[in-house]
Design a protein around this ligand. Structure first.
Ligand SMILES: [Zn+2]
Length: 372
């Protein structure tokens, strides 16, 4: 049931009805069409950058004074992790009290939508304190392989970056995130019949098992470093000593130095069995987003604005999940993230956003655009 939501909110519902998993470029582009239609009658300049590598397009929206001045960079992504069909089956659009359920409502269509309303209002009133660039991207959920250079390019020319990833734990914003590394390990052994020629075989899975234990043992919670082997593939049959095994590694680190040191440790792993070959590729995908002085000052500013609006803004302790805010913060651009909708259940079939969080957070973004 969808009770009488305000007419403006109907546009958010149509966003959620438009399924847009990252690798469905057509779906993501339909989302970009909806955004383009929504800004058509506002004093906003729009550039549409065509997608590549099977990904959707990117929108660059601009408003604010036409001065040669560093900008405020606002960033939202419109891809989701939910495959097409989720809406019809596992996560239908519905309202339950204050909760609006639907694929991508929390991560992060709700946040992108409320930021767009704030951006439009600043454009109409001509009230932005400096030029504002709103970057709407199609590939965040896979690590932004296509848009990273664009994001970094804008970050270098921006005084601040505001990211509308979901709010945490009752409306908290994000002021630091761990960095993320991704690695692929390929193990090649020697196949043999498990019965008649066991001694001739060199098991790729046995070697992988030892490597996996070594990698997982690098986890050091005190230092804020974690390592996870999340996917393993190997072997062909129960009666065959496996020639191949491959697995993926996820590394999280709080500091740039640890990101590099642990990447090195993973890349330098050597096979225990001299007859087995180990090939390791990968590295840091998103650098850590550290709570610098600039980040802390930006947060304090947002906190004062929130108090004027009527709520108490807090930030969460460093979160393990990364976002495009990692790219901007690592370049030294003070970054405030988690400005999106409050709710819970990101990347699950219980994903929802809180309707009551939309208006105060829209106002906060508007006030940030007017005062930074
Ligand atoms: Zn997200």
């Amino acid at each position: 049931m969808l009770p009488s939501l305000s007419p403006t909110l109907q546009s958010l519902l149509s966003w959620i009805r438009t399924e847009s998993p990252t690798h469905d470029a057509a779906g993501v582009n339909r989302m970009m069409d909806l955004v383009a239609a929504e800004v058509a009658d506002a004093p906003i300049a729009m550039e549409r950058v065509p997608g590549r590598q099977g990904l959707g397009d990117t929108l660059v929206l601009r408003t604010g004074p036409e001065r040669d001045e560093v900008a405020i960079l606002l960033m939202s992504h419109l891809d989701t992790v939910h495959p097409v069909g989720t809406l019809a089956k596992d996560l239908p659009l519905r309202v339950d009290g204050d909760r609006l359920y639907g694929p991508g409502v929390y991560d992060m269509k709700g946040g992108a939508w409320l930021a767009l309303q704030a951006f439009k209002e600043a454009a109409r009133k001509g009230s932005a304190s400096r030029p504002v660039v709103f970057l709407v991207t199609p590939d965040e959920e896979i690590g932004s392989p296509m848009t990273r250079p664009l994001i970094e390019d804008f970050a270098r020319r921006s005084a601040y970056a505001l990211v509308t990833e979901p709010a945490r734990d009752g409306g908290k914003v994000v002021t630091s995130r761990k960095g993320v590394g991704r690695f692929e390990v390929q193990v090649e052994g020697r196949p043999a019949h498990a019965g008649s020629r066991h001694q001739d075989g060199r098991s790729a899975i046995r070697e992988a098992a030892r490597q996996i234990l070594a990698i997982e043992a690098m986890t050091d919670y005190g230092r804020g470093v974690t390592t996870t082997v999340g996917v393993v593939n190997g072997g062909t049959a129960n009666n065959t000593i496996p020639q191949h095994c491959r697995f993926g590694v996820d590394l999280r680190a709080e500091t740039l130095a640890d990101g590099e040191a642990f990447s090195r440790r993973i890349l330098d792993l050597k096979a225990h069995d001299p007859d087995v070959a180990l090939t390791i590729t990968g590295g840091m995908n998103r650098p850590p987003y550290e709570r610098s002085e600039g980040v802390a000052a930006l947060f304090e500013h947002a906190r004062r604005l929130s108090a004027e609006i009527g709520f108490d803004l807090r930030d969460v302790p460093r979160t393990g999940g990364a976002s495009d805010g990692n790219f901007t913060a690592a370049l030294g651009t003070p970054t405030l993230d988690g400005l999106g909708i409050d709710g819970d259940g990101a990347h699950t079939l219980e994903e929802y956003g809180l309707l009551s969080s939309i208006e105060p957070r829209r106002k906060l973004i508007l006030r940030l655009l007017e005062t930074l």
